[in-house]
Design a protein. Sequence first.
Lengths: 254, 193
Amino acid sequence: MPAETTGLPGTTGLPEKTALAHYRRVPAEDGVTLLYPDYRSTVLRAPLRAPIELPQRLTEITGPLLGERLVGPTDHDLTRRYQDEPIGQRIIVHGRVLDGDGRGVPDTLIEIWQANAGGRYRHQNGDWPTPLDPNFDGLGRALTDAAGSYRFVTIRPGAYPWRNHQNAWRPAHIHFSLFGRAFTQRLVTQMYFPDDPLFFQDPIFKTVTSEQARRRMVSAFDLSATEPEWALAFRFDVVLRGRDATPFESGSGV
Amino acid sequence: MSGRPRALVPTTPSQTVGPYLAIGLSWPDGPLVVPAGTPGAIWVRGRLLDGVGAAVPDGMIETWQADPGGRFDHPDDPRGAVRRPGFRGFGRSLTGPAGEFGIHTLKPGAVPDGEGGFQAPHLDVSVFARGVSERLVTRIYFADEAGANAADVVLCSLPDDESRATLVARTGADGYRLDLVLQGDHETVFFAL
């Protein structure tokens, strides 16, 4: 009822039916299966009711733009957090954070965490018969640059056993947490390494429904980014949700 | 046709945070949307529970909200970005051994709903945990905003009072309190964004 809109406080109201640029839905084939009994922890933790549609409004199309305050100058280098270097194969992990239209997402926080070269996490529940590395805690942070690019230096994590099923091993992976520019874009995922022989038996990898979508979690060996006599390199681009076209976008140049 | 063809790039799928999320996601000031001692600040506390009511001790709650004036520090708000000193808008709490979480914040103001009305004060909430393969989205409302809640476009879209009740934090002696339940008879309403 238009008459009601005139009563809005001028400084905080929105014109009725203001078109906000919504973020596109993720197609079902790119999604995950929440209740996936092969991954036993989902059995009591996956919601069983269908989620309710939440049209995106102001709270959903905005989000925290967390900047430099959280990222120190060497936080991208997991090999320099202690006086000595960790054991393991030194690697560069780099790439871009993109939106669903292929545009770089600038100035966005990336947090990563991982096991050490032997496949051990520095965590009270992470014990199995392989040693901790006194020079590695497995934590890194970076901000993307103006083009959405990021770069970490770390060591290649090992695979590790878990008790999900008989002789269960997680493929080597690095956890990635990303914010993007809006609450709706928030993403936590895992980066895997190419040609890992453990994918076939990993139910976490397989919570992602389609083969095609699974491949988007697998990094690529990147010869061009290796540093001779110093480190191998892997490239991992992360794609966050993109926005629908809006009336405001049709005439704009960039 | 003035629009360029849009090159749609498929999104990267989600994966669980796993059991070791605390290594990468612990912030000393995570729960503090506003600093300790901020006048008028509130605590929003609760527990994260699984399908048999057991605590989820390896989870994480994140919140995003408007400031007390109903404004966001964000360029995509058509009303303009408003930065309120000392107010981060964002909160993060890893869950403790009993599944407990807590966020120290200012109660948000009402936010326009884009349909001529206002949404009741609310926090947008993300839930992460081992065994949760994709961030779950819910909201926290406030029981002492009954009038605003009754007119809220999102609460009104829910099928019944029972589901609405899963989103409304009760007032108590030490602030607001709401348990988040991943599964079962008292399952929290989760949203598809």
